[in-house]
Design a protein around this ligand. Sequence first.
Ligand code: FES
Length: 383
Amino acid sequence: MTETPTRRRATFNTLTVKNVRKLTSDAVEVIFDVPADLAEDYNYVPGQYVALRATIDGKEVRRSYSICSEPTPGEVHVAIKKDFGGVFSTWANETLAAGDTIDVMNPQGAFISKKNITSMNNPDQVASDALAGGNLHLVAFAAGSGITPIMSIARSVLGQSEQTTFDLVYANKSAMDVMFAEELGDLKDKYPTRFAVHHVLSREQRVSELMSGRIDAAKLESLLDHVIRTEATDEWFLCGPFELVQLCRDTLAERGVSEDDIRYELFTTGKPEQPTGQQGRTVEADPAGANFAISFTLDGTSSRVESPTSAHETLLNAALRVRADVPFACAGGVCGTCRAKVIEGDVEMEENYALEKDEVDAGYVLTCQSRPCSDSVKIDFDA
Ligand code: FES
């Protein structure tokens, strides 16, 4: 049986764009062809993402995008919304076309339904659990392109069990900004009693006051009181900007919802991206010997780098100076691609929006967010 780990070694492969489909005036769906010899590397669980890498105006740019399709043999679909001033998203929306090739990382991420049997590893178990009555009630709050992984999860869980129900609260500025409007309509037609989508539009007056305006604390409380069957919800999915996700997490915690039942994924942390790669390479070891000694294993090969204590750079930046293939995507503590296990020494992790508590307890860190605290540190990207 093919394994689809939620955490696996990140590797890039060059894939061909099969099709680019307009979703809204500023968003496209990009479909990549996955050749048969890479099929195993690109199987995925609904909710996972891929990182894309391209050279734009002479600079390497990496961005992560959630997969929006159900697992489809030979294909990976992502949705890319044009961000204001976004180099990669603008390039993808305006330039990327069928037949182009681009580097695509194998699927990663733990934003998946843990309550539902979503893994493609055990199709027999999926079928039997569904028949046994996996009558889950799942709720998602998505904003803008945060709908992308939710599409994949909703399609999958609703198709796997005839009892599962799914409520989606989807926030946008206006109806024109709603991504996958047609597909959401199709899903509603297909599962009229099991799937409900509640559009909240911040810049459009809807019939219901509750569905108009920004989702703030008061509106969220009302939605949880009057729209969502909060008490009956088995698992929550939150995907959008930091403020909305944090508001939902805090409010659900106040209502006694266990952290274990909440999955979340952020667009960004709202902080500027940290320097990596080229910038990192300008740091040099201190000849006076005031350095951190960082050893790491990647793809079975061990490397070592001296990192000046004065710079106190991240483990990722230090590692990139000696190995260009060290995995990363967002560099902001959001995606989890740069994960490694600390084998020796102490490190301090600044932000973590990607690792689960049990991973942190087991010694894993995000290397883009971690700095050494002891003279020597040993980490393992393969662990
Ligand atoms: S590269 Fe995304 S969390 Fe470190």
